[in-house]
Design a protein around this ligand. Sequence first.
Ligand SMILES: *[C@@H]1O[C@H](CO)[C@@H](O)[C@H](O)[C@H]1NC(C)=O
Ligand SMILES: *[C@@H]1O[C@H](CO)[C@@H](O)[C@H](O)[C@H]1NC(C)=O
Ligand SMILES: *[C@@H]1O[C@H](CO)[C@@H](O)[C@H](O)[C@H]1NC(C)=O
Ligand SMILES: *[C@@H]1O[C@H](CO)[C@@H](O)[C@H](O)[C@H]1NC(C)=O
Ligand SMILES: *[C@@H]1O[C@H](CO)[C@@H](O)[C@H](O)[C@H]1NC(C)=O
Ligand SMILES: *[C@@H]1O[C@H](CO)[C@@H](O)[C@H](O)[C@H]1NC(C)=O
Ligand SMILES: *[C@@H]1O[C@H](CO)[C@@H](O)[C@H](O)[C@H]1NC(C)=O
Length: 416
Amino acid sequence: MQPIVILLLFTALASARAPRPPRPHNVNDEILDDVVALDYEVVASEASSAIKIARTSSTWSNITVCNGHAELCSRKYSNVSMVGAHNSPFVVPNNLASNQYFKVTQQLDDGIRFLQAQIQFPKDDDGTGPHFCHTSCALLDAGPIALWLTEVRQWVDAHPQEFVTILLGNGNYSDPNMYVPYIESTGIVAYAFVPPAVPSTNSLTSASAAAATGSMPLDDWPTLGDMLSAGKRVLMMLDYKANQTEYPWLLDEFAYLWETPFDPTVASIPVNATLPCTVQRPPGLDAGTAQNTLFLMNHNVNLAVSLLGDTVMVPAVALLNQSNAVTGINSLGAAADVCIETWGRPPLVLNVDYYNRGSPPGSVFEVAARLNGVTYNNTCCGKTLAPTVASGAVRSRASLFKAAVMAILVKAMWLL
Ligand SMILES: *[C@@H]1O[C@H](CO)[C@@H](O)[C@H](O)[C@H]1NC(C)=O
Ligand SMILES: *[C@@H]1O[C@H](CO)[C@@H](O)[C@H](O)[C@H]1NC(C)=O
Ligand SMILES: *[C@@H]1O[C@H](CO)[C@@H](O)[C@H](O)[C@H]1NC(C)=O
Ligand SMILES: *[C@@H]1O[C@H](CO)[C@@H](O)[C@H](O)[C@H]1NC(C)=O
Ligand SMILES: *[C@@H]1O[C@H](CO)[C@@H](O)[C@H](O)[C@H]1NC(C)=O
Ligand SMILES: *[C@@H]1O[C@H](CO)[C@@H](O)[C@H](O)[C@H]1NC(C)=O
Ligand SMILES: *[C@@H]1O[C@H](CO)[C@@H](O)[C@H](O)[C@H]1NC(C)=O
């Protein structure tokens, strides 16, 4: 393999970090398929066991602890901060486009309460429906959404006192009916919170107050205790094209929540400034509405790297101990404090890459505990399960070669 091919691949992989809509990569799909295609195998029997009986919702009168703390039961959903796993399913070993180290059950065991994932369709439909893929399924394919959502539903089954938020990215802007049968097949919908009203289109950004109905200002949210007692343990959102008239449980993200800039980038190492807490999406949100609306802080910090004359964004993995720390320049804690200074309250979500890395590991949860005014018990991370996915996957020689190439790239990245 020529060094130039490695560099082209490197560029293509790194450009996977670019904001949506995805840019076409600049190497052809043949090369990507050959060298980068991931080593995951769908176990057919697992796919069919993902078809679950719909559950009836019950009322739980014995909820005493919410998300690990009794104090949080009486707090509105809008008055709790949680740590989010940016690109939660992307835990493919030795893939540069991965964002997390542990797979979703371990993420939840460790205290992640917000899961973000981007849906795409593989080029060759193998009958498993939509998958979670990073930009393109040739680049990183984390498997069918039904398998991942079943794993989440199983965790939720076993944890009646935990509330989990799921944000699905509509990778090719499909009609939600392309995804809904697969989501419903997992049984998770029975747990999903349904807001009291359907929001009008662009409810947060509409110029006319009369036209802007159905979104939920901070005070309108129920408490964690109320939702859990009603058997609602999940809030599910879609970033684009949700239709709550048709699917009331699949919320239109930008009718309820705004986000700080996607893939925030630092200019240099050492980092010498903390990023500002500004509104990026939905565009056109006025400050007054933003002040009274849930928001998500993206803190998956990226580094701009100059490569063959191009500037590409790569996850600043060497900076994770700083960016996921409690204090220090551009730490998660400092960034949350900038949000508090700007908006008068902390973000709903602290969205991070490799949540298990920090100063020391677990620091991201310490930040959330501080914002929530509760005690952090310092037990994180990765204690209950073996790391990553692909357990039991038999690797072919070709996939070992792919893994070796990826390992070299990953090694190069971690040294940046
Ligand atoms: C709460 O009530 C449910 C339903 O009655 C029961 O299955 C569960 O074991 C109870 N949990 C606790 C902690 O008492
Ligand atoms: C953390 O530790 C304290 C003191 O031991 C305990 O009271 C509390 O329940 C623990 N919290 C969690 C979430 O485990
Ligand atoms: C909860 O609300 C109080 C009162 O507005 C505020 O001081 C606190 O920062 C909020 N906490 C979170 C986590 O939103
Ligand atoms: C998304 O991909 C699916 C599967 O390839 C296709 O059927 C659908 O038309 C695409 N949607 C858009 C909006 O491109
Ligand atoms: C949403 O669903 C309703 C009910 O099926 C339908 O009438 C409406 O046209 C849909 N809206 C969009 C934007 O697709
Ligand atoms: C941070 O460092 C960069 C590069 O050295 C420099 O251009 C920039 O002015 C510095 N910013 C601050 C706020 O010191
Ligand atoms: C992060 O790790 C680097 C390299 O190991 C070290 O130089 C730096 O001081 C660490 N930063 C923090 C905040 O721990």
